[in-house]
Structure formats: C-alpha cells, structure tokens
Design a binder for this molecule. Structure first.
Ligand code: 13P
Length: 254
C-alpha cells in the first residue's frame, strides 16, 4: 500500500510572516486531520528557515520549490542542495512546468538536479506533464515517456523509491480545469507502466505519483480515489489553511 502524499506548492506567495501565520493556524488543525498521509509545504526559499523551525517537531515536512544542480560558485541567484539541507528541508520540487516553460529548464538540467538532490538525500518531487497542444496532437504518452526517461536518467532503484512523481497536466494548472478522474488515472497508469519498463514492477508499484492541477476540496476525493493516484500537488487551494486541510480530509478520508 502506498502512503498518500499531499503537498502545497506556494509558488511565489508567502514571505516569512505569512508562512508563520499559515503554519500556526494549520498546526492547530493537524490533530483533526487523517494520520496516514504525508503532508508537505513548499514555501519560497526565503521562508524555508521559518517553516522548518516552526515545524521542527511536527509531522509536516518542508519542500523547496527548486534548487541548483551546482554545489557552489559563480551562479548568481541560485541555492544549493547543501544549503537546503542546512535549513532542514526534506523534499525539493524539480521540473515544475513553470520552471520548464518560463525558465527554459530542460530534461537534462532537471536530471542533473534530481541526481544532485539524491546525492544529498533530499527527496525530489519530480514534475511531468503535457501541454494542451501536445495532448490534442496525440503526443501525451511520448511527452511523458521522454520526461521520465530523460529526467530520471541514472537514478538508481533505491533512489527511485525515494522519488515522488507529480503528474501535472499543464492545461489544468491554475486554470480551474481539472483532468477528469479517468483522464488523470489513465495518465498515472501510463507513468507507472513506464516506471515498470525502467525499474521493474516491484519498484514501480511502490513509487508514489501525485496528481496536480486545480485540485480543490470538492474534487480531491474522486481524484485521490483512483487506483494509481497517490496524492496531490496543490497550488492555489494550498494557500488557504481551510481549503488545504479540506483537501487532505476529503482526499484521504479518516
Ligand atoms: P493549481 O492547484 O493552482 O492548479 O496549481 C497546481 C500546481 O502547479 C502545483 O504545483
């Protein structure tokens, strides 16, 4: 049985003070939330130390939203894996479609970041997903297979078990349009079949695959009820304590 993992990706929202407000309020609700789920918050870099300090004794884990593939040196504006470890970050979101589309991150660069994260024992939340055009052109499976094969190149079986995959169809991100539970399940099943080709069934059956793209309290139950959907990567609805808590409650049940 795969333990569900639900993460809030705050993107470019919430500095340290808003992060503190959210965490204090969220922590007070935590006892009422289901136990059998990993919960992760991904604030912007500047808020990570505040988040990990406030959550030091909590079951809630903290993710960065990105990371450099480099260790140190003349890379203005970058943050290394070691720096994330120093402030007790546990996970790192890599290859988000906004990084791919807006900042031009390639599969090869994302692969270097994934390998670097594993070197430092940070768990990647590795994002993949197709654009609407790619889906309409019948390229869904080709796009996902390439993203997985190239993005996870040289990742060992053991490292794969510590990798979370987030399937986020680009057309469903921030649009209010969600993939139907069947569309999402079909894509997740395909992703798992690619993992089976690469790593064998005993690994692929253990890897957690999150769905992301307009996840809300009212669609969480049906989405997370699908056989191959093991959690959610939540954007907009993860910015409010009540909607994020409701997604966890509705998505996982008691
Ligand atoms: P929304 O939930 O706002 O669609 O964002 C999804 C996402 O990109 C999470 O990484």
């Amino acid at each position: 049985m795969r333990k569900p993992i639900i993460a809030a990706n705050w993107k470019l929202n919430k500095g340290p003070s808003d992060t503190e407000d959210f965490i204090q309020s969220f922590e007070s609700k935590l006892n009422d939330l289901p136990k059998g789920v990993d919960i992760v918050l991904a604030p912007p870099y500047i808020s990570l130390p505040k988040a990990t300090e406030l959550l030091a004794h909590s079951r809630v884990r903290v993710a960065a939203q990105n990371m450099s593939e480099q260790d140190s040196g003349a890379y203005t504006g970058e943050i290394s894996a070691l720096m994330l470890k120093e402030v007790f970050v546990n996970y790192v979101i890599l290859g988000h479609s906004e990084r791919r589309a807006i900042y031009g991150e390639s599969d090869a660069l994302i692969n270097a970041k994934v390998l670097k994260a594993h070197d430092l024992e940070l768990r990647p939340i590795f994002c993949i997903g197709e654009t609407l055009q790619e889906r309409e052109d019948g390229k869904l499976e080709d796009v996902l297979r390439t993203q997985i094969t190239d993005g996870l190149k040289d990742v060992s079986e053991k490292q794969m078990l510590d990798t979370v995959i987030a399937y986020e169809p680009v057309w469903a991100i921030g649009t209010g349009v969600t993939a139907s539970p069947q569309q999402a399940q079909d894509a997740h099943e395909f992703v798992r079949s690619v993992l089976t080709d690469l790593y064998g069934v005993s690994v692929s059956e253990k890897v957690r695959i999150q769905y992301g793209g307009s996840v809300k309290p009212d669609n969480a139950k049906e989405l997370l009820g699908q056989k191959d959907i093991d959690g959610a990567l939540v954007g907009g609805a993860g910015l409010e304590v009540s909607s994020f808590a409701d997604i966890i409650r509705n998505g996982v049940g008691e």
